[in-house]
Design a protein around this ligand. Structure first.
Ligand SMILES: NC(=O)c1ccc[n+]([C@@H]2O[C@H](COP(=O)([O-])OP(=O)(O)OC[C@H]3O[C@@H](n4cnc5c(N)ncnc54)[C@H](O)[C@@H]3O)[C@@H](O)[C@H]2O)c1
Ligand SMILES: [Zn+2]
Ligand SMILES: [Zn+2]
Length: 391
């Protein structure tokens, strides 16, 4: 079959790879209808995530149809239209049973790397390096889905593929940020990043009752989209001091909840980016935590910061003193999608949550390398490139 493969840092190619087979009794094979780029793929492309190998099929946010099931699959059958969570969870370990699916103890078949890096192994993720199980990704005609009874969700008739697609990863990620960030009715929420994840976090905050949501980015078309589709106010971080502006807009107090949806390749118009990039290059820190620092300084005393952006290792100039003395709660996680996807599909069915606008560019899988170039470099207002493997 055809698939989009990582071939090296900033190098992708469409190749022929073997068709996936059922390996375990709880597997299914899904024929991929739509598969989208994600900010996390940019970290793989940029060479920031360890244990990628030439020929790895990338992609983890997708919707499709079940075409084959293993002998122990109970909740799904051939022909089901499903959205599949980007994170793989076994459904039976302690962490899955406690709704912390990205911490699954069984789905990462190569747990040694994350265990060594972080003192605890994390779940398997589709198309996301050999540190996360080495699973083949969704930018392909077919994909093997392990533990399909837990990870795949039937899409309601009223939800089209283009909306359902984002219930795989960006919508549950955004929802988790607002939920575990502790958004309460009446709160002011600030969200760093107007990509798909930031927009979904902003929308989730509103649906959970936030009185105001303020989103931060630099790209006018992303900010305009966030204002129009999500109803958030925006701040352009290249034009103003974000921390001062957030304090100004909140009567000096700062937002109650700050959600970071930028990640390890954060940008900054000031010297921070030069400093962090130099340290990253020399291996003195792994990630650029520019938006995390800002969130901690901006957050109101006693408030909470949730880190949705992906980070891999050690960072420098982390404002621990501000965090401690201001009494902040700082959390982060890879998304626990299984916990939120049914609710999100229901909200989509009712028309309360829409995500299809994120798909600014749709193309065939053959155009994969071009799609990633547009997405990475924000060309032509690209928010997400979506591939149709069967087009
Ligand atoms: N936790 C999870 O499970 C999970 C799931 C999906 C994605 N992610 C991560 O979330 C992050 C965002 O993903 P995405 O798909 O929306 O990516 P994206 O690249 O489309 O969006 C990131 C946005 O951040 C903006 N940005 C850069 N520096 C900034 C700064 N200093 N302040 C404010 N905005 C800034 C960029 O302009 C861009 O619009 C990535 O790090 C991705 O890896 C995490
Ligand atoms: Zn993702
Ligand atoms: Zn598990």
């Amino acid at each position: 079959m055809k698939a989009l493969c990582w071939e090296g840092v900033n190098e992708l190619a469409v190749e022929r790879v073997p068709d996936p087979q059922i390996i375990n009794a709880q597997d299914a094979i899904v024929k991929v209808s739509l598969s989208t780029t994600c900010g996390s793929d940019l970290h793989l492309l940029g060479g920031y995530v360890p244990a990628m190998r030439a020929g790895d099929v990338i992609g983890h946010e997708f919707v499709g149809e079940i075409v084959e099931v293993g002998s122990e699959v109970r909740r799904h059958q051939v022909g089901d239209r499903v959205v599949v969570c980007s994170i793989i969870g076994c459904g039976r370990c302690w962490h899955c049973e406690h709704d912390m699916w990205s911490l699954c103890e069984n789905s990462n078949t190569t747990p040694g790397i994350t265990d060594m890096l972080w003192g605890g192994d994390t779940a398997g993720i589709f198309g996301y390096s050999h540190a996360m199980g080495g699973y083949r990704g969704s930018h392909a005609e077919y994909i093997r889905v392990p533990y399909v009874d837990y990870g795949a969700f039937a899409v309601p008739h009223g939800v089209d593929d283009m909306n359902a697609l984002f219930a795989s990863d960006s919508a549950p990620t955004g929802w988790m940020g607002a939920d575990l960030g502790g958004v309460r009715p009446g709160d002011v929420v600030a969200v760093w990043g107007c990509g798909a994840v930031g927009q979904m976090a902003a929308r989730a905050s509103t649906l959970l009752g936030a009185a105001r949501v303020i989103a931060i980015d630099r790209y006018p078309e992303r900010m305009a989209m966030t204002e129009r589709h999500v109803g958030a106010e925006t701040i352009d971080y290249t034009r103003t001091d974000v921390v001062a502006e957030l304090k100004e807009r909140t009567g000096g107090r700062g937002p109650d909840v700050c959600i970071e949806a930028v990640g390890l390749e954060a940008d900054s118009p000031g010297p921070q980016k030069v400093y962090d990039k130099a340290k990253q290059r020399m291996g003195l820190e792994q990630d650029r935590p520019i938006a995390v620092r800002e969130a901690i300084y901006a957050c109101r005393k006693g408030g909470s910061v949730f880190i949705l952006g992906v980070f891999t290792g050690l960072v420098d100039k982390f404002p621990l003193g501000a965090m401690m003395n201001k009494g902040l709660t700082v959390r982060g996680a890879q998304q626990h999608g299984h916990r939120y996807i049914p609710k999100l599909l229901d909200l989509m069915d009712k028309g309360e949550l829409r995500a299809a606008h994120l798909a600014t560019h749709t193309m065939s899988l053959d155009d994969g390398p071009r799609g990633y170039d547009m997405f990475k470099n924000k060309k032509d207002g690209c928010v997400r490139a979506v591939f149709r493997p069967w087009a």
